[in-house]
Design a protein around this ligand. Structure first.
Ligand code: F6R
Length: 240
């Protein structure tokens, strides 16, 4: 794992954007694995700017999002489908047929099987990740098998509390989601994980100084050959 220390959220976003731009310039038909949440918002803004400046095109790019809430309609502004369209896809030249999410409105096992099959046939070139305060990647909560593929997950109470700010109340935060599994994530050729702010400091300390364990899902990333962890001063503030 290559750790890149930056000053703040803006610098994390710049470094991360540059790596994605490099990827798209080297391979215009790249397959990107994408994350939602607050961490990648600025990266997506930067990518829109790079597209407008004609540095990159998404014309031949395919995307696979990590996860989607169960029980929320695609058109609902809290769905990850909505989030990604609002933050990125509606502002770039991506072919909307090339945008992929786990489907949550069909039989869940079928949805998981479909997503696994798609991912098997479309190896992700670059996977962007955030990290949950509990060490989750995607929605692979503590205790998820390192061998897991796309599956239904009951969200940890910590995850629901962390994501509550996007909703009116904790009751509105979904209890379940479909997420790519750990194995799907590790299949990506290159992985970038970003973490910013004091809230992530204990998580980053555990990631870099703790043990490899299914109780801390992100610890599996040390098994991968090409991972870039980009953090800022606040997220790094508890490191020895
Ligand atoms: C989002 C996802 C999650 C988030 C993580 C961090 O699609 O899979 O793993 O990346 O919960 O969220 P933020 O960035 O809001 O701190």
């Amino acid at each position: 794992m290559k750790v890149i220390y930056t000053k703040d959220y803006n610098e994390i976003s710049e470094v991360c954007t540059d790596l994605i731009i490099e990827q798209l310039q080297e391979k215009s038909d790249s397959i990107l694995g994408l994350a939602t949440g607050s961490s990648p918002i600025k990266v997506y803004q930067n990518l829109i700017k790079a597209y407008e400046d004609k540095q990159i095109s998404f014309k031949d790019v395919k995307t696979y999002n990590l996860d989607e809430y169960i029980g929320i309609d695609k058109q609902n502004e809290n769905s990850y489908f909505y989030f990604m369209h609002d933050q990125l896809f509606n502002h770039i030249d991506i072919d909307h047929c090339n945008v992929n999410f786990p489907e949550t409105n069909i039989d869940h096992q079928l949805a998981c099987d479909n997503y696994n099959e798609k991912l098997f046939n479309n190896k992700v070139d670059l996977q962007l990740l955030g990290i949950g305060t509990n060490g989750h990647i995607g929605f692979n909560e503590p205790g998820t098998s390192f061998e897991s593929t796309t599956h239904v997950i009951e969200l940890d109470i910590q995850t629901r509390l962390d994501n509550q700010s996007f909703f009116n109340s904790l009751e509105e935060v979904p209890t379940h989601a479909i997420t790519m599994g750990i194995k799907n994530i590790l299949d990506a050729k290159k992985i970038i994980i970003i973490a910013s702010g004091l809230k992530k400091a204990p998580t980053i300390k555990r990631l870099l100084e703790g043990e490899r364990s299914e109780e801390f899902p992100a610890s599996i990333l040390f098994d991968h050959d090409e991972v870039y962890l980009i953090i800022d001063e606040e997220a790094a503030s508890l490191l020895d």
